[in-house]
Design a protein around this ligand. Sequence first.
Ligand SMILES: C[S@@+](CC[C@H](N)C(=O)[O-])C[C@H]1O[C@@H](n2cnc3c(N)ncnc32)[C@H](O)[C@@H]1O
Length: 199
Amino acid sequence: METIRGKYASHMNHAAWSACLQQAASVHIDLGTGDGRFVSHLARAYPRMLIIGVDACRENLVDSSRRAPANALFIIANACALPPELAGVAAHLTVNFPWGSLLQGLLQPDSSLALALRRLAQPAASLDLRLNAGALADEGYSLEQGTAAVQTMLAHNGFNLRAAHQLTAAQLKAFPTTWAKRLAFGRDPRAVHLSALTR
Ligand SMILES: C[S@@+](CC[C@H](N)C(=O)[O-])C[C@H]1O[C@@H](n2cnc3c(N)ncnc32)[C@H](O)[C@@H]1O
């Protein structure tokens, strides 16, 4: 699979990947990680975990990946067609403020993204998903309709929903991703946090 650190992209071979997994107490995967700020934050907070950020856009990852701790790994991939090495490794999954094909996949119960999400997860893995109203409006959904569609997708793909609640502007401001801050100070800060566990 293709990884990036700073400006340098490289192919991670099987031996290097196995070594990464062996050293980690557990694995967290953040899909659609953007500039990787969330991954760096988690990697500093949980030095024994391997924190993986996946994004289709390599330019976004250049800056953060250069300065990220050693237990942070950035993978360039389309979340709808993930490297097979990632199957079954994640104890924790996050998708924060998805847009585009990432969001479209979450809205459809039979999408390749929905299947990929389930495939990444270990049994009893946790999933935290944050959706914002503006991105859903771009797909033709209200916040309520989009939340319901994603809940249906999760139930259909082996996730038990635990909680769904609205995020306040203060919570967005405090949340350590670049997009959360943009939303908090933007025109439409409405957002929802869904959490689930795999069955
Ligand atoms: C609104 S940004 C959110 C970034 C980050 N999670 C945050 O909270 O700051 C959405 C991200 O999803 C990524 N994305 C969209 N579709 C994707 C796909 N199919 N596979 C991987 N990443 C995707 C985009 O490149 C972008 O970085």
